[in-house]
Design a protein around this ligand. Structure first.
Ligand code: GDP
Length: 317
C-alpha cells in the first residue's frame, strides 16, 4: 500500500475507425485545442501512447490506434495492451454507417475481455452535434441494440459496456471522459463523502473537484449533476487558468499562483467559487451569495477538505 500513486497509472485506451474523431477528442480534452482547429489534424497512422501531462492529477494514457489497425488481432500485442488497461474508449462516428464499427468493437471486446475481464468498455457515440436531439437518442438505441445482439451471440452479455453521446463542440466530451476517469479512481467513494461533508457544512449547492489541466471532474457530491452547473464550473476553470497563466507563465501546468481563489457572482444571487485544492485539482462550487459572507466557516471547512485530500493521495498540498 506504500506504492506511490504515480506507479499505478490507470490506463485508458482510445480506439475507433479512422476519422471517427479520436485525435480531436484527445487534443480538445487534454491539450486545450479549440474544436475548430481539429479540422486540420492529420490522420493518425501509428499507435500514439500519449502520456497525459504530468501536472494533471489523472495519470493515464490515451493510446490512439489508427483506424486500420485490427484491434482484435495480434498486431496490437493484446496481452500487454489490454492486460493493465482500466477502460477502453471506443469512438463511433454518429454520422457514419455503424455496422462495421460495431462489428469491430464486438471483436475487440471478445479479445480484450478474454485477457482482462475487469476492463470497462466506454462507447462514445461521437459528433452528435450534427444530429437533432430526437435522433441522438434513436442512434444510441440502435447502436446499443446491435451491440448487445452481437455480444449475446458471442456469449459476452456480461461484459461491462457504457454509452455516451459526445461532441467536441460542447461540454459533453468532457462530461463523458469525467465518468470514464472516475471509474478508475479507487478513492472515489471517499472523495464523494468528503465533498458531501463539505457541501452540508457550508450549505454549498453543488461542488465539483476538477482536474485543472483537462477540466475533467474527478468527483462531485452525491446530489445529481445537471449539465448547466457543470458547464458553469468548467468555464470557471478556463477563466481562472487563463488569467493564472497570463500572470504565472508556464502554460498547461495548472494554476501557478500559490493558492488560486476566485469568486464570480451571477445575476441570480448565486456565485461560483473556486479554490485550488492541490497542484492539479481545484474545487469549484455553486453557492448562494449569503454563504460567501461566512468566510470563517468556508476557510475552516475548506482547510479540512484539503488536509483530507492530501492524506488520501499522499501528495504535498
Ligand atoms: P481520427 O482519425 O479518429 O483521429 O479522427 P480526427 O480526430 O482526425 O477527426 C476527423 C474529423 O472529424 C476532423 O475533421 C474533425 O474536425 C472531425 N470531428 C471530430 N470530432 C467532432 C465532433 O464532435 N463533431 C464534428 N462535427 N466533427 C468532429
Amino acid at each position: 500500500a506504500e506504492a506511490s500513486p504515480r506507479a499505478e497509472k490507470p490506463r485508458v485506451l482510445l480506439m475507433g475507425a479512422r476519422r471517427s474523431g479520436k485525435s480531436s477528442i484527445q487534443k480538445v480534452v487534454f491539450h486545450k485545442m479549440s474544436p475548430h482547429e481539429t479540422l486540420f489534424i492529420e490522420a493518425t497512422n501509428k499507435i500514439v501512447k500519449n502520456d497525459i501531462a504530468n501536472s494533471s492529477f489523472v495519470q493515464f494514457e490515451v493510446w490512439d490506434f489508427p483506424g486500420h489497425v485490427d484491434t482484435s488481432s495480434a498486431a496490437v500485442k493484446p496481452e500487454s495492451t489490454y492486460g493493465s488497461c482500466g477502460a477502453l474508449v471506443w469512438v463511433i462516428d454518429a454520422q457514419d454507417d455503424h455496422a462495421e464499427a460495431i462489428s469491430r468493437l464486438q471483436q475487440t471486446i471478445v479479445t480484450a475481455h478474454r485477457i482482462n475481464p475487469q476492463i470497462v468498455f466506454e462507447v462514445f457515440i461521437h459528433k452528435v452535434d450534427s444530429l437533432p436531439d430526437d435522433q441522438r437518442i434513436e442512434t444510441q438505441r440502435e447502436i446499443q441494440n446491435q451491440l448487445s445482439d452481437e455480444l449475446a451471440t458471442a456469449r459476452l452479455s456480461h461484459a461491462k459496456v457504457n454509452f455516451h453521446l459526445t461532441s467536441i463542440y460542447d461540454h459533453s466530451v468532457f462530461e463523458a471522459f469525467s465518468k470514464v476517469v472516475q471509474q478508475l479512481i479507487p478513492q472515489l467513494p471517499t472523495l464523494q463523502s468528503l465533498l458531501d461533508v463539505l457541501v452540508t457544512s457550508c450549505r454549498i449547492e453543488k461542488a465539483f473537484l476538477f482536474d485543472v489541466v483537462s477540466k475533467i471532474y474527478v468527483a462531485t457530491d452525491s446530489s445529481p449533476v445537471d449539465m448547466q452547473s457543470y458547464e458553469l464550473c468548467a468555464d470557471m476553470i478556463d477563466a481562472v487558468s487563463d488569467v493564472s497563466s497570463i500572470y504565472g507563465g508556464e502554460e498547461g501546468a495548472g494554476f501557478t499562483a500559490p493558492e488560486s481563489n476566485c469568486v464570480i457572482t451571477l445575476s441570480n444571487r448565486t456565485a461560483i467559487y473556486l479554490r485550488e485544492a492541490n497542484r492539479s485539482l481545484a474545487l469549484v462550487c455553486i453557492v448562494s451569495e449569503s454563504v460567501l459572507t461566512q468566510q470563517g466557516l468556508l476557510e475552516y471547512n475548506f482547510g479540512c477538505f484539503r488536509e483530507a485530500l492530501a492524506e488520501l493521495f499522499r501528495v504535498p498540498v
